[in-house]
Design a protein around this ligand. Structure first.
Ligand code: NAD
Ligand code: IPM
Ligand code: MN
Length: 351
């Protein structure tokens, strides 16, 4: 069996953690006896600053030829408007129509649980973040820029097709996983048009899934509830912007941004996988970044492409390293990024 993955390390610690994720993928291929073809794409701030091109034309079509795409992170202080990140990262989400941003929130060690009254086992839910619409589409404009009369308009775009498909995906996942509740968060009390559509779609789709409780929360209440009682959540579905925010909150429930993994999924096409964190410029190139989120992201990619055993090896390696303190400072260890990655790869390979 052969798998072809496009690898886009990006900027800052995206490069540092992707290197370690690749080590674990290669170790899994040696152990599992499957062939791995990795093609690296140099799409990042350096390249953009050199050439003026964020992403060469045709690159998104090239991505479609792969079994999956893996990205590190994008963002560089020399590019204050994040133009390249928008075209590479958001561009890939939009062009490949990766409508589900799947972000599992699972705390894997009591040591990492930040809430006094809860344990790791209480934090285990999955967020379905809408990934192709909402406030992210870039519709709007600025009028009278830089003057006291400046007007900035940023449209929130919600289509019935877009809203319905991510809600249905959340319910289908709940059904397949034997979950009993799906929670949708919106702000329909204030955003009366777009989020009214969310609420109506949620109620309609829920009708098709008898036996699964359809819970609705306003997003502000959900933020509170995630801290008060995270154990009540099983599956969350929400819009693009709220999903971005609650998954950073969720990352902290797992022990920090360095632990959080995600997949940008199109069920019938090429999907893209990336850790939830950004390029963390102050840590870049210093061998400090936690590679666990990146490796758990590689595990999601293996699982998604049918390599379930190999995905399990990566997950077990992360759990074992955490338990033995073989990890970076942010999660209580003393090792650097590369040494942690070496330890992970050795465990994956079964040494
Ligand atoms: P960030 O995720 O880069 O960092 C937030 C905090 O978490 C920092 O304190 C950082 O040190 C810490 N952190 C993040 N990842 C870590 C890891 N693996 N190990 C240890 N600590 C880690 O977010 P930010 O500071 O808001 O953004 C920095 C840049 O990254 C910006 O340009 C932003 O736009 C970009 N960004 C990109 C992505 C992406 O490409 N997917 C995601 C988020 C932010
Ligand atoms: C994420 C990031 C991106 C987002 C940024 C870099 C545009 O924060 O993947 O969570 O907001 O989606
Ligand atoms: Mn984010």
């Amino acid at each position: 069996m052969k798998k072809r993955f496009a690898i886009v390390p990006g900027d800052g610690i995206g490069v540092d953690v992707t290197r370690e994720a690749v080590k674990t993928l290669e170790a899994a291929s040696r152990r599992g006896g499957f062939e791995l073809e990795l093609e690296h794409f140099e799409l990042n701030a350096d390249r953009y600053l050199e050439t003026g091109v964020t992403i060469p034309p045709g690159t998104h079509d090239r991505f479609r030829e792969f079994d999956a795409v893996y990205m590190g992170a994008f963002g560089d202080p020399r590019v204050p408007d994040s133009a390249h990140a928008r075209d590479i990262l958001l561009g890939t989400r939009f062009e490949l129509d990766l409508y589900i941003n799947l972000r599992p929130i699972r705390c894997i060690s009591d040591r990492l649980c930040p809430l006094r009254d809860f344990r790791a086992k209480d934090i285990d839910f999955t967020v379905f973040r809408e990934n192709t619409e909402g406030m992210y589409v870039g519709m709007g404009g600025i009028f009278k820029k830089g003057t006291p009369d400046e007007v900035a308009v940023q449209e929130d775009v919600n289509t019935r097709k877009g809203v319905e498909r991510v809600i249905r995906a959340a319910f289908e996942y709940a059904k397949a996983q034997g979950k009993t509740r799906v929670t949708m968060a919106d702000k329909s009390n204030a955003m009366r048009f777009g989020h009214d559509l969310w609420l109506r779609c949620f109620r309609e789709v829920a009708e098709e899934f008898q036996g699964i409780e359809a819970q609705h929360l306003y997003i502000d209440a959900m933020a509170m509830e995630l801290i008060r009682n995270p154990a009540e959540f099983q599956v969350i579905v929400t819009c693009n912007l709220f999903g971005d925010i609650v998954t950073d909150l969720g990352a902290q429930l797992q022990g920090g941004l360095g632990m959080a993994a995600s997949g940008n999924i199109r069920p019938d096409g090429t999907s893209m996988f990336e850790p939830v964190h950004g390029s963390a410029p102050p840590l870049a190139g210093k061998d400090k970044a936690n590679p666990f989120g990146a490796v758990l992201t590689a595990a999601m990619m293996l699982e998604h492409t049918g390599l379930t055993d190999a995905a399990g090896w990566l997950e077990q390696a992360v759990a074992q390293c955490l338990e033995s303190g073989t990890c970076t400072e942010d999660v209580g260890g003393k090792l650097g990024t590369a040494a942690t990655g070496d330890a992970l790869a050795a465990l994956v390979q079964g040494q």
